[in-house]
Design a protein around this ligand. Structure first.
Ligand code: TPP
Length: 634
């Protein structure tokens, strides 16, 4: 696609090959969405990439990356109760951060309509768990739609915004990693730019926005009644489909990506079951499901992760006295990991071995794949990039630590400090947890010193309350802020410490200034490449009592190098190993662990020019000075 931004603004209907995340943005354009907010996290950042591609002056909605998911949700909520169609998006675990405000939303009249796009991550491809956020929909009485393809993501986003505005409420659009990233040709409708309505329609006299004590009950009753209205809508919604294969004994009820894998599995099936594809997952269209279950003697429920549909459908069958056999998850493994086609085939074969059979190991299918040259990629452990300031910091900090010191990780690129050769940051809960977990570890602990890490984006996201707590309660902890000037792990989004936001330049909230404002008095700052200085600082800080912070700063070198490469006149630089000076101590490989170094036959160290960025941060680690000045490209 030549110009994504122009494509997304086309006024005539068109079709284009796009990923699910991009399709969502076109739906926002067509739906008249006015405010979109987010906090970055896989699998959703490409939604913001597509928004960025639209020229700012022609973008029909406002967009911001907020400081965290709760804030993003509240900004979108504020806009929506003022009458503007709004959207907020973030990753699965982001909902835990947003939850306190999130669960309140269905209580209120939201005239603009609010859509929450959740990027769930079955398979934990880039998350610390694979939580099933459909639970949250039930917990908070919120409708939830779940697409399986990019085309459906587009259609359901349009429908979600339309329904949310019509019913003046909130709807969840649950995306999963594959739906976000899978590409297909999507047909889009036309669109006419409209002048945005700038009236402020917030009306707290007609609707109660203060849920307190007894006033909660009418609000809750309204939320429950609205859910039933959605249930009635969903009974006849085209987002649900029955695929009639003429099989009255066996049926499958499936949702999300499981539906696609099911279609794959059916290719080798002897007698195809009928299928009910559910796009409206909550509230369950009970009539539609009841009729489908009653019409088949056996029904298999096919859903990734938790048995949410299964339990609801079994209860429904009990209430309705339906005698059909409902087959849910047979093995606990059916609740773990993504429903890729092979897994779904295994699940169906366990339920109906006479209809579905697994290909034998070394089967024709596999042999065919090998003939075509497709091989499984070898596993590659994650690692810090060449030149990463975090590596330099970990190397330096490790030199200041004793073997039994306790180190606490946080979430970001620096989490990788737990790997060899650094082995630092040995416990991880969630974004921003590190200072408080470290504080707990410091209690009743006179023997082992406690040091924790946090990235700069996380510092602003959820780190601040833990830091305030450490000051307030005088915890004996040393915190290292790994400041690289960006949210590196999720694709280099700006954060409040950068001086730039999604829409341009803005005030820079310095980490040091923020710490001082929070009452931290013991602060040190150093460039993470100054290894000896950092080692010394950590030794000093650990010898002092109370709460201490070291800001170890170095720009993200992946970002910096990418930007530098685009500039005219840029030349590559590489570190060299001087074989005459090398004494084979191999600290560059075994202690520093930069992937640019390769050890040949256990002796000779060579530098890979494909990886080395010539930053030279490794030079300090060589005891014999065998790593030479970065030189210009050959
Ligand atoms: C609640 C939550 N939101 C978002 C994410 C996705 N995420 C993982 S790390 C990270 C921030 C990384 O930035 P930073 O703290 O600056 O560390 P860096 O990667 O730059 O070293 C984000 C947003 C997450 N894991 N959890």
């Amino acid at each position: 696609m030549k110009n994504l931004g122009e494509t997304l603004l086309r006024e005539a209907p068109f079709s284009e090959i796009v990923i699910g995340n991009t399709a969502l943005v076109r739906a926002m354009v067509e739906a008249g969405t006015r405010v979109v907010t987010a906090y970055p996290g896989s699998p959703t950042p490409e939604i913001a990439d597509a928004i960025k591609a639209i020229p700012a002056e022609r973008r029909p909605f406002y967009f911001e990356f907020s400081t965290n998911e709760k804030v993003a949700l509240e900004v979108a909520f504020g806009a929506a109760i003022n009458g503007h169609a709004s959207v907020v998006f973030f990753k699965s675990v982001g909902l835990n951060v947003a939850a306190d405000s999130f669960v309140q939303l269905p209580l209120f009249e939201i005239p603009g309509g609010l859509v929450i796009i959740l990027g769930d991550d079955p398979g934990a491809n880039s998350s610390q768990n694979e939580q099933d956020n459909r639970h949250y929909a039930r917990l908070s009485y919120m409708p939830l739609l779940e697409p399986a393809t990019a085309q459906e993501a587009y259609a359901m986003m349009l429908e979600a915004q339309r329904l949310a505005s019509r019913r003046r409420t909130v709807i969840i659009l649950r995306m999963t990693t594959h739906v976000c990233h899978a590409k297909e040709r999507v047909s889009f409708a036309g669109w006419k730019p409209e002048k945005p309505d700038r009236r402020a329609r917030f009306d707290p006299d007609s609707h109660n926005y203060i849920p307190l004590a007894a006033t909660v009950f009418p609000l809750k009753r309204r939320a429950l009644a609205r859910l039933e209205e959605f249930r009635a809508d969903f009974e006849t919604s085209p987002l649900n489909r029955v695929l009639d294969n003429g099989n009255r004994s066996r049926g499958v009820i499936a949702a999300g990506t499981a539906r696609l894998s099911l279609l794959d599995a059916l290719e080798s099936c002897v007698s195809k079951p009928d299928i009910l594809e559910l796009g409206t997952v909550h509230p369950l269209p009970r009539g539609l499901v009841r009729d489908f279950v009653a019409a088949h003697s056996e029904v298999k429920i096919l859903e990734e992760l938790d048995p949410i549909l299964e339990e609801e459908i079994k209860a429904l069958a009990y209430d309705e006295r339906i005698a059909s056999r409902i087959i849910g998850k047979i093995d606990p493994e059916e609740g773990v990991g993504e429903y890729l086609p092979e897994k779904v085939l295994g699940i169906l074969a366990a339920a109906w071995p006479d209809s579905f059979s697994l290909p034998a190991v070394g089967s024709e299918k596999r042999a065919g794949a090998e003939r075509l040259g497709s091989r499984e990629a070898p596993g590659r452990p994650p690692q810090l990039c060449p030149g990463c300031g975090h590596r330099s910091a970990f190397y330096a900090i490790k030199r200041a630590l004793q073997a039994d010191d306790i180190t606490v990780a946080d979430i970001g690129c620096h989490t990788l400090g737990y790997l060899e050769p650094y082995r630092m940051g040995r416990v991880l809960l969630s974004m921003g947890h590190s200072t408080s977990t470290a504080a707990g570890l410091s209690l009743f602990n006179e023997e082992r010193r406690v040091l924790c890490f946090i990235g700069d984006s996380t510092f602003f996201h959820a780190g601040l309350p833990g830091i305030v707590n450490a000051v307030f309660n005088s915890h004996n902890v040393t915190l290292v802020v790994m400041e690289n000037g960006t949210t590196a792990m999720t694709g280099h989004q700006d954060h409040p410490g950068v001086g730039r936001n999604f829409n341009g330049d803005t005030v820079k909230i310095g980490v040091r200034a923020a710490l001082e404002g929070l009452g931290v008095t013991n602060i040190r700052e150093v460039d993470a490449y100054q290894q000896a200085k950092l080692t010394q600082m950590v030794k000093e800080a650990l010898a002092e009592s109370g709460f201490k912070v070291i800001i170890a700063r170095h720009p993200c070198m992946l970002k910096l190098t990418r930007e530098a490469r685009r500039r005219p006149g840029w030349t590559a630089r590489f570190v060299r190993v001087d074989p005459a000076a090398c004494t084979e101590a191999h600290d560059c490989v075994s202690r520093f662990g930069c992937p640019s170094f390769q050890l040949i036959d256990g002796r000779e160290v060579v530098v890979s020019n494909d990886l080395c960025i010539g930053d030279g941060s490794c030079r300090q680690v060589c005891p014999s000075g065998a790593l030479t000045e970065p030189s210009a490209a050959l």
